[in-house]
Design a protein around this ligand. Structure first.
Ligand code: ZN
Length: 325
């Protein structure tokens, strides 16, 4: 039995141990700031700007689909111990508010898209068959965008917006970890400059494609910002969310449009089922181009594992498919 005296002695020993170990801990290198980003593209941006001062985890990882993500208990634990949460906003992450409240997250949140000019959804954008479940009736009452807001969330597909994201993340890191603010500022500026240079490259490369050739088909409508910024037209059977499914009529309409407009390339996406666009290609003369990375990066060593490499990859696939031989 543990008598009172022994217990007191143990407590004293514990206390002195604590006194001894505290200075030893203080000499360790400072722990990196724990950051959680909602998906892989934001995680990459944050790692680039944060460098060795941050330890970033993505909730939706490479090749993952944030439209239909279901958080796990491990995600809740990661978020619960994070000091900063980086989100896209524009209602891209519909599952996030619940995860935040169950995780006990008590850090700061930065909405990376703050300040971008959002592109509103076009009315009737493949929405009538968007929900094959009991929310369909609800959708017909004019709330058809309840899953993903009224604006297109894929703002990162324009490098000018990417620069806004980078600046927002830089400011958030400076606030969350003021001791390293100067490093965040310097890295953030260098990163913004890199994105700006890449934007010029992209404009030059895509500008070389004849204007009447700049039309492609993709699985879901993730390239509205890209289209607006770089003058390529994307036609997508699945609408802006991968949750929706194209109806037979919509697919037939796209096939007619491919034939009528002489569209030459159809692209699969890393996050979407390729079968529909493959079927569309098979019924037309369009060829299936490589995979475009829309809502997630690739795994390491697969050519699009950073935001910058994703852009380079997508542009080179588009140029390859559209350049007149
Ligand atoms: Zn998407």
């Amino acid at each position: 039995m543990l008598n009172r005296r022994r217990f007191a002695a143990l407590l004293a020993a514990g206390a002195s141990l604590a006194l001894v170990s505290a200075p030893a801990l203080a000499q360790d290198t400072p722990k990196p700031l724990p950051v959680v980003a909602s998906f892989s593209i934001l995680a990459d941006m944050t790692s680039r700007i944060g460098g060795e001062h941050v330890a970033v985890k993505a909730l939706v990882g490479p090749d993952g689909d944030a439209h239909v993500f279901e958080p796990t208990p491990a995600n809740a634990r990661d978020l619960g111990s994070a000091k900063l949460l980086v989100t896209n906003g524009l209602q891209f992450e519909g599952w996030l508010p619940r995860l935040v409240s169950t995780s006990g997250f008590a850090g700061q949140t930065v909405v990376a898209s703050t300040g971008v000019a959002p592109i509103p959804f076009e009315e009737g954008d493949h929405e009538e068959d968007a929900h094959g479940h009991d929310e369909h009736a609800h959708a017909e009452e004019g709330h058809e965008h309840h899953d993903h807001g009224t604006n297109d969330p894929h703002a990162w597909q324009d490098l000018a917006n990417g620069q806004i994201y980078a600046r927002n993340i830089t400011e958030a890191l400076k606030t969350a970890d003021p001791a390293n603010a100067a490093d965040y500022e310097a890295r953030g500026e260098a990163y913004v400059a890199e994105l700006k240079a890449l934007d010029a490259d992209v404009r030059r490369e895509l500008g070389a494609i004849p204007e009447n050739e700049r039309k492609v088909v993709t699985s879901h409508d993730a390239f509205g910002y890209f289209a607006k910024a770089y003058g390529i037209e994307f036609i997508a059977p699945n609408g802006v969310s991968t949750e929706s499914e194209a109806s037979a009529g919509e697919v037939a309409a796209i096939i007619r449009q491919i034939r009528a407009d002489g569209i030459r390339a159809v692209f699969v996406e890393n996050i979407a089922d390729p079968r529909l666009v493959q079927r569309i290609a098979a019924e037309t003369d369009a060829k299936v181009g490589g995979a475009l990375f829309s809502d997630a990066l690739s795994k390491e060593d697969e050519g699009a594992s950073t935001y910058v490499d994703m852009f380079r990859h997508n542009v080179s696939e588009l140029v390859k498919a559209l350049k007149t031989s």
